[in-house]
Design a protein around this ligand. Sequence first.
Ligand code: NAD
Length: 474
Amino acid sequence: MEIIKDTLSLKQIQALFNKQKENQFKIANKPISERRKKLKQLKTAIEVTFKEEIRTALYNDFKKHASEVDLTEIYPIIGEIKYVLNHLKKWTNKKRVTTPIAFLGASSHIQYEPKGVCLIISPWNYPFSLTFGPLISAIAAGNTAILKPSEHTINSSQLINKIIKSIFSEDEVVVIEGAVETSKHLLSLPFNHIFFTGSPNVGKIVMAAAAKNLTSVTLELGGKSPTIIDETASIASTAKRIVWGKFINAGQICIAPDYIFVHKNKKEELLVALQKYLNIFYGDNINKSDAFPRIVNKLHTERIKNLIEDSKNKGAKIAFGGITSVDDKYVQPTIITNISLDADIMNQEIFGPVLPIISFKEIKEVINYVNSKEKPLALYIYSAKKAKVNHIIKNTRAGGTCVNSNDIHFFNSNLPFGGSNNSGIGKSHGFFGFQSFSNARSIYNQHLPGALEMLMPPYSNFKQKLIDLTIKWF
Ligand code: NAD
């Protein structure tokens, strides 16, 4: 398996970290127009200068179609930059807040200040969007940043490095290419914030390392995202949206519908409709379709193949697909029914184009099942009845939810994106991303002598009366 090798020693990494530490106030104190300028340069780089190279890199890493690259890698970055450019002034202005009357003679405000030197570690499945997305928030908030893209997408990670070098000096933003050893070196340093996107298991390693320096963390993790289809859902539109949201990027998406619970009266109709849309999207010969990408490497192809085999061994039926080729890193879109809940596929994140379908009679069975598992990153509900939707939302927990859709909440910068507990800690995108990379500094400004000064020691009966009075004014 070809992966990026660890390139720098701890000493060399430490030197880059120190350079950024020395430079952090210079970056932080530049006018907001400088942050805007850098964001605009990044926008031009992604949208114009390197667009073709990005498409080529993702073709070489995943055999991904240029249209899918534009929609899922380029558009989210451009959309996020535009959103930040439109709102940055408002976010960075000091925000006046009320001061209790007991502190007459003072004013209070909140000023968002950069955290300082930040580390961004990203996964392989959307190398550009998941590296540049958090970087946009880090720049908007006035930080310096070290980026560690994934070792598994060589072409993309090298291009990310080239793009960054074309815009930033290494005391502002720098890419360190490497694998786990490099990550470990980075995690030993006292960063001011770590933004990690990846698996829950590595998330725990990141958080434990961050705890040693009391570094704050944003953890964008994964897990299994359930999709619930009740008896009132319109199956035609549901199937189309699910086929898109599940099989795009060959299912290598943290927010893909991981498995489906469908009402028993709709199961057969759903199976037919899913196959119909697989056929419309990818044709009869899916391994020849230019719209269907490959798995990132042979190891993951083997892993997904084993999930299918294990389900079959435990009694599952393949309703569609099931063909794999490890050499070609190909897994045919696969729909599985009759699954044992003990099968591996129901107990680990699938992260591939395999969709288990389970039928249910009563919604409470589904709710109990979902709540018996880790909190998902996303939970999707297909239903025509608002009351049923609200019932599911109220009785489950998830990082985010789409109703009669899936995956799309990721693309709306007005919404916080992230998980809860096992699926993540902290939020990204728009203002929420800006907040993750900022310290909300409280500033209390005493303009005139305040009432508090009359309440300072030595105490007396008269002062106690004043204290009693003042407490009423808090
Ligand atoms: P991963 O956790 O294996 O790796 C992510 C990053 O961590 C990589 O840069 C890698 O080099 C580094 N890393 C790996 N092992 C490490 C270790 N022991 N110590 C320190 N660093 C280490 O994840 P992945 O396989 O690249 O991506 C898939 C996972 O990411 C899935 O679980 C998916 O759900 C999740 N994901 C989440 C989001 C989100 O926004 N919540 C987005 C995409 C992917």
